[in-house]
Design a protein around this ligand. Structure first.
Ligand SMILES: C[S@@+](CC[C@H](N)C(=O)[O-])C[C@H]1O[C@@H](n2cnc3c(N)ncnc32)[C@H](O)[C@@H]1O
Length: 226
């Protein structure tokens, strides 16, 4: 998979050079390119934004550098997403679908956003990471990229992505590791019992309880399916 991220702030993407994502890049499971939209703006000022037609606060990102930046990477196999609070809300099931794509272009807005003609011309899908407004699309693009990359086969162990929050509309059970007792707090006995069926049952109960408490909306979906 190839992910091209178009941004006015390439320095913000240092987190994608760490940990599991770094290893996925080194193992050639994914290629990530951070492309500076300003490189496609016109000299001498390399201006990338202007005031909105119709008035109002803030600035809007210009068509010209965005068109050129997109055209520099787009092929017939590209899927383009604009990080936007107006977009469809990003969920694990969308991450799963996106992890099968060949080439993803993530477009980061800033200021008041981008000229609508960019979205219309390239038939871009808008993707939101939640019901709040960020200063720019960079953090959103990192969230989307990270969650997609970990779902690419062999980036992490397949079992880890099968039994985790959202995989069955339930949230994950509580996890514990050594030592078995810390500051007087004991790990539940069942996890030390070696009895696989009992452990499985305990985890299921935990998942149901945590989902009921934190995400009753998911529990309803789970119940409908099971
Ligand atoms: C200040 S926001 C613009 C908000 C826009 N004026 C609106 O009201 O919908 C600047 C940029 O941050 C990004 N952004 C903000 N919130 C986001 C979210 N929840 N999900 C994805 N991207 C977001 C978008 O790329 C957006 O163009």
């Amino acid at each position: 998979m190839k992910i091209d991220i178009l941004t006015l702030f390439p320095e913000m993407f240092a987190p994608l050079k760490e940990s599991i994502i770094k290893r996925a890049v080194e193992d050639k499971k994914v290629e990530i390119n951070i492309i500076n939209i300003r490189d496609f703006a016109n000299p001498p000022h390399y201006k990338c934004d202007d005031e909105p037609f119709g008035g109002g606060a803030g600035m809007v990102m210009l068509c010209e550098p965005l068109f050129k930046a997109i055209e520099s990477v787009k092929t017939e196999n590209s899927s383009i997403f604009y990080m936007s609070p107006r977009g469809k809300v990003f969920k694990q099931e969308i991450a799963r679908e996106m992890s099968k794509l060949e080439h993803i272009i993530l477009l980061c807005g800033h200021y008041e956003g981008i000229d609508q003609r960019v979205i219309d011309y390239f038939d871009i899908q808008e993707l939101s990471i939640g019901d709040y407004v960020l200063t720019g699309g960079e953090l959103a693009a990192m969230v989307v990229a990270d969650s997609i990359i970990r779902l690419i086969p062999n980036v992490i162990r397949a079992e880890s992505t099968v039994e985790e929050s959202f995989s069955t509309n339930l949230l994950e059970y509580n996890q514990y590791t050594r030592p078995a007792e810390y500051r007087g707090m004991k790990v539940p006995d069942v996890l030390l019992s070696g009895h696989h069926k009992n452990i499985e049952n305990w985890r299921k109960e935990q998942s149901l309880e945590i989902t009921k408490r934190n995400r009753p909306d998911l529990l309803d979906k789970y119940k409908k399916k099971n």
